[in-house]
Design a protein around this ligand. Structure first.
Ligand SMILES: NC(=O)c1ccc[n+]([C@@H]2O[C@H](COP(=O)([O-])OP(=O)(O)OC[C@H]3O[C@@H](n4cnc5c(N)ncnc54)[C@H](O)[C@@H]3O)[C@@H](O)[C@H]2O)c1
Length: 248
């Protein structure tokens, strides 16, 4: 087991990629806080993990609200004594062409991805510094590298996460804390429209050299790698688990 007795927080773990990561971490022996805005889905993922012999708790939390993040981190620390691994996975899209995008659509996306990731990092980092151990995993996107039509907010947020990954890695390396990012591509509710709508379906598939979308469990092993001791000398890096979409 690669994560035996580690304590992990996975945000946005009620469905999609986050749920697959929470399950993969639990299978590797970690105790996992399944954190999500939607408590019912978080509870269902945590129950599945516990029924399979793993250890998980569900925590309701909006990562964009600092007080909720602090309460969530406190609960996890009280339950298991520490946090070793943070996966900043929670995300939303608010798609609109830029001339029609509202202030709320712009702000919502920046608040969840950028402020949410920052809030969670700050809430757990002191304990990691004290113990001289930590694994921070950010989730970026091909959108942050290549740009996307109708998603200037999301592309800006995901490009910002690349900067956060590198700054986190440089600033925390002296405390034996690594920070890396993953740019996934997976069949989840978030990508449903571009995977199923006839207007986008073929166009997007044509951009994926492997010719198909991944299942969320296919990208989870990269999250295990960045959380485990196998990546002890890897920091500030990005791995795209996207079927080759970002080859350039
Ligand atoms: N699916 C893809 O192909 C793809 C590609 C690139 C990047 N990503 C990124 O991967 C991550 C996971 O995406 P997914 O496809 O699994 O999405 P998803 O929509 O299936 O799941 C996202 C989860 O985050 C939760 N969430 C949303 N806002 C939250 C908040 N403020 N606080 C707490 N939880 C919140 C949702 O309730 C949901 O359970 C996101 O950061 C996304 O931007 C996904």
């Amino acid at each position: 087991m690669q994560l035996k007795d580690r304590v992990a927080i996975v945000t946005g773990a009620g469905q999609g990629i986050g749920a697959a990561v929470a399950r993969a971490y639990a299978r590797e022996g970690a105790r996992v806080a399944v954190v999500d805005l939607n408590i019912e889905s978080a509870q269902s993922v945590a129950a599945g993990i516990n029924a399979a012999g793993g250890q998980a708790i569900a925590v309701a939390c909006n990562v964009a609200i600092r007080e909720q993040v602090d309460a969530m981190a406190k609960l996890v620390t009280q339950t298991w004594g520490r946090v070793d691994i943070l996966v900043n996975n929670a995300g939303v899209t608010r798609t609109a062409m830029l001339h029609k995008m509202t202030q709320d659509q712009w702000q919502d996306v920046l608040s969840v991805h950028l402020s949410g990731s920052f809030n969670c990092l700050q809430a757990v980092v002191d304990g990691m510094i004290e113990r001289r151990y930590g694994r921070i995993i950010y989730v970026t996107s091909a959108a942050g590298v290549l740009g996307t039509i109708g998603q200037i907010n999301y592309s800006a947020a995901k490009a910002g996460i690349l900067g956060m990954t590198k700054s986190t890695a440089k600033e925390l390396a002296r405390f034996n804390i690594t920070a890396n990012a993953i740019a996934p591509g997976a069949a989840t509710p978030m990508t449903e429209t571009i995977r199923t709508d006839e207007r986008f379906k073929e166009k997007y598939l044509d951009r994926i050299p492997l010719g198909r979308w991944a299942e969320p469990q296919e990208v989870a092993p990269v999250f295990v790698f960045f959380a485990s001791d196998a990546s002890s000398y890897v920091t500030g890096q990005v791995i795209a688990a996207d079927g080759g979409m970002t080859i350039h």
